[in-house]
Design a protein around this ligand. Structure first.
Ligand code: FAD
Length: 441
């Protein structure tokens, strides 16, 4: 093919703009040969008639769901787009939680998850995973709020509570009348929680006395109930305690100065001779193994949320690229920009299909494999980080402005990358599984 000459390139841009007077002026200086080429190009209809719909489900994973299940996801997506998206940037900037949304969010969860009591697992692993993805696709903070309350706090009571404890706490928590938090991490013990928590529990008659400190606990500044993990001085095993807000010796301070998930309220907590009744000890949690089992579930959920985070950033970047004009044409028409967009979509598709299979296996086996959840968390973490960075770059300077949405995903991704086990911890879990050698120490 003959090399493209400058006049032809000029005409090509004019066709993108469809600005007739300008086009005619340019045509007057164009050679007949270039004009012929240009007309041929029009005849080939290379310019798309319209902008294709933005779709981050390129391999149609939603099609694996039933019509009812798809409707559930649509309900969640509509709520997130209509109620959360318009307001969340302002809350993010102020570092505040949107309490005004809790009643409508509770209604959404009742409509989707919670048609039966003890609704925590109602959706099954695949649909639940996709629902987490939908939440994070609009806002990773709302996903995190829900993940801590529903997955970690309610999850602990559902998995390790006695029948009485489940009956006492879960119905109110399902209705979001009581909000939950979950405290494992300590100021000096993060990745190494399995090697030994320093927060202690001492049995005294019918109660337990807790001493120590916790860091990061999500929702804790406003939660009614916190699941606190502590080492029993009697048998050295890790046990879970339901600490109610207002308990003497339980002091919660909001953690300030975050540059990610600013909507999520995290806390530093001190426990000083904090006394809780034996009735508030999770009756069926006997060791750190139980916590690890719960962490496996949470990591699988975060892998889906990472996928949603990447989808949200990609969709905003693609929409932006289709409308941002530079050099007389949408930047989506530049090869380098398309390369970034395709890399993002490839990442997202890999994340979606990996998470999907993880959840299918979870459904098949009736439990999640910790190693598979860790691989998903580690892999999706890397791909999410790469995707949000590419998205932020597609927006140029606007990529760091909250108003354009991508900046929020870009920043929030950093928190998802670290919580529920850092990238290194999840890598080491898989490394141990495939080599038989633990490399943590
Ligand atoms: C936004 C946010 C919300 C959170 N919410 C909660 C919550 O609700 N409840 C809760 O209990 N916790 C929560 N966490 C805590 C979170 O789980 C921890 O941050 C995480 O486990 C890592 O611990 P750390 O921050 O103390 O890092 P550290 O353990 O100090 O690790 C620092 C670095 O060293 C690396 N490292 C550590 N050990 C090794 C090793 N053996 N080999 C190689 N590398 C290693 C880590 O991978 C990391 O890169 C939250 C954290 C964040 C950021």
């Amino acid at each position: 093919m003959a090399p493209v000459t400058m006049p032809f390139a000029g005409i090509s841009r004019l066709f993108q703009q469809v600005h007739l007077p300008q086009m005619l002026r340019s045509l007057s200086g164009v050679s007949p040969q270039d004009l012929g080429l240009a007309l041929k190009r029009i005849a080939l209809k290379r310019r798309p008639k319209g902008i294709p719909p933005v779709n981050s489900d390129f391999y149609d994973i939603r099609d694996l769901l039933s019509a009812d299940e798809r409707a559930t996801l649509t309900t969640i997506r509509s709520y997130m787009e209509e109620r959360v998206r318009p307001v969340i940037g302002d809350y993010w900037e102020r570092g505040e939680f949107p309490h005004e949304l809790v009643p409508s969010f509770a209604h959404l969860i009742k409509e989707t998850w919670g048609r039966q009591p003890y609704a925590i697992d109602n959706l099954g692993p695949v649909l639940a995973g996709m629902a987490f993805m939908e939440l994070a696709r609009v806002d990773p903070s709302i996903y995190t709020f829900f993940g801590v309350h529903w997955g970690l706090a309610m999850g602990s009571i559902a998995m390790f509570g006695s029948a009485e404890q489940r009956a006492q706490w879960l119905p109110k928590m399902e209705r979001f009348e009581l909000l939950g938090s979950w405290s494992l991490t300590e100021p000096d013990v993060g990745s190494a929680t399995a090697a030994g928590l320093t927060t202690t529990a001492r049995r005294e008659g019918d109660s337990w006395v807790l001493n120590g400190a916790k860091k990061w606990s999500g929702n804790a500044p406003f939660a009614d109930l916190n699941v606190v993990w502590a080492r029993d001085l009697g048998d050295n095993q890790v046990k879970g305690f339901l600490v109610e807000r207002g308990t003497p010796g339980y002091v919660v301070e909001k953690l300030e100065g975050k540059i990610a998930l600013r909507v999520v309220q995290n806390a530093n907590i001190t426990l000083t001779n904090c006394r809780v009744p034996e009735a508030n000890r999770l009756q069926n949690a006997g060791s750190f193994r139980d916590v690890a089992r719960q962490l496996g579930l949470a990591r699988g959920a975060v892998a889906w949320a990472m996928t949603g985070t990447a989808m949200g950033a990609y969709e905003h970047a693609l929409t932006y690229a289709n409308h941002r004009i530079q050099f007389g044409q949408p930047i989506a028409g530049f090869q380098l920009v398309q390369s970034s967009l395709v890399q993002m979509l490839g990442n997202i598709t890999a994340m979606q299909t990996l998470c999907l299979r993880m959840s299918q296996l979870h459904a098949r086996d009736g439990k999640i494999s910790q190693e598979r959840a860790s691989l998903a968390k580690a892999f999706c973490g890397e791909k999410m980080r790469e995707t949000v960075a590419l998205a932020r770059n597609v927006l140029g300077g606007n990529g760091i402005l909250l108003e354009y949405n991508v900046a929020r995903f870009f920043a929030d991704a950093e928190a998802l990358y670290s919580y529920e086990g850092t990238h290194e911890m999840n890598t080491l879990i898989v490394g141990r599984a495939i080599t038989g050698i633990g490399a943590f120490l």
